[in-house]
Design a protein around this ligand. Structure first.
Ligand code: FPP
Length: 247
């Protein structure tokens, strides 16, 4: 049987290996605000501060890719005011931080169907991505209007279209063909997925890519997550034994 294109080499136990690609479900902004009797928007503002800190820390700690779940395809169910607050924060993040990101060698990438966002946000994102496209130190991936099931549906449709056009033999489709049609096709495999705030769910995030990722659930609310917490998560990863289905 042919080997799946995504199969990875096993590494020895406790190899102290550093993750190349870390993804974070940034959860707990609302609870952080509630504990302080503040509006949810204040929690999201602090959430952006935490995201800034963690992007800097990711570069310092040598991560190749940091993927942040900023807005899911299910977040449209939130009240219009909260959606508008989140989009405002995203606009400000891009406007205020793009210079620093560009100078720090960060390449910006988006996963998810971000073209469904407001046209001015789409234009800002496209321009930020174009400006940082040549950077190679760290890739910051922001998941916007992202849902893993929707991403897989897009991949399946593309495969079906290629099969109908006779470009691909349906019976020869393998995991590599699916990988190649995901939003993450040009990124290294996901090593570590962190969720803050004590919830233990994947919430439609990177379902395919997480197949062999280490999962780490921490109780810290996202606005309190800092460089030390990321360093601890990375150290924790180095102690885990990854066997990728082998012994
Ligand atoms: C979850 O907290 C957080 C979100 C839905 C949005 C996360 C967005 C940011 C941190 C800001 C955008 C980031 C960038 C990079 C611009 P929650 O509201 O679900 O918290 P709760 O579960 O405590 O209510």
């Amino acid at each position: 049987m042919k080997q799946a294109a995504t199969a990875q080499q096993s590494v020895p136990a406790g190899a102290g290996r550093a993750p190349r690609h870390v993804a974070i479900i940034m959860d707990g902004n609302g609870r952080w605000a509630k504990k302080r009797l503040l509006p949810r928007a204040a929690g999201h503002r602090q959430g952006v501060e935490a995201a800034r800190r963690i992007v800097r820390a990711a570069g310092e700690l040598g991560l190749e890719v940091l993927t942040l779940y900023a807005f899911s395809s299910e977040n449209w169910r939130r009240p219009a005011t909260e959606i508008s607050d989140l989009m405002g924060l995203l606009r400000r993040f891009i406007v205020n931080d793009i210079d620093e990101l560009a100078e720090a060698g960060v390449r910006l990438r988006i996963i998810g169907d971000y073209h469904a966002l407001e046209p001015d946000v789409v234009a800002m994102i496209d321009s930020a991505m174009a400006r940082t496209a040549g950077n190679s130190k760290t890739t910051l991936v922001i998941a916007l209007n992202y849902g893993a099931q929707q991403e897989l549906v897009r991949a399946v449709r593309s495969l079906a279209a290629d099969a109908l056009a006779g470009k691909i033999d349906p019976l020869a489709i393998d995991t590599g063909d699916i990988d190649a049609r995901l939003d993450t096709c040009d990124l290294p495999p996901l090593d570590l997925l962190i969720r803050t705030s004590g919830e233990k769910r994947l919430s439609n995030f990177l379902l395919w890519q997480a197949a062999y990722a280490e999962l780490l659930f921490v109780d810290t609310l996202w606005p309190d997550f800092d460089r030390d917490a990321l360093a601890e998560a990375i150290a924790h990863f180095g102690q885990r034994e990854r066997r990728f289905g082998g012994l």
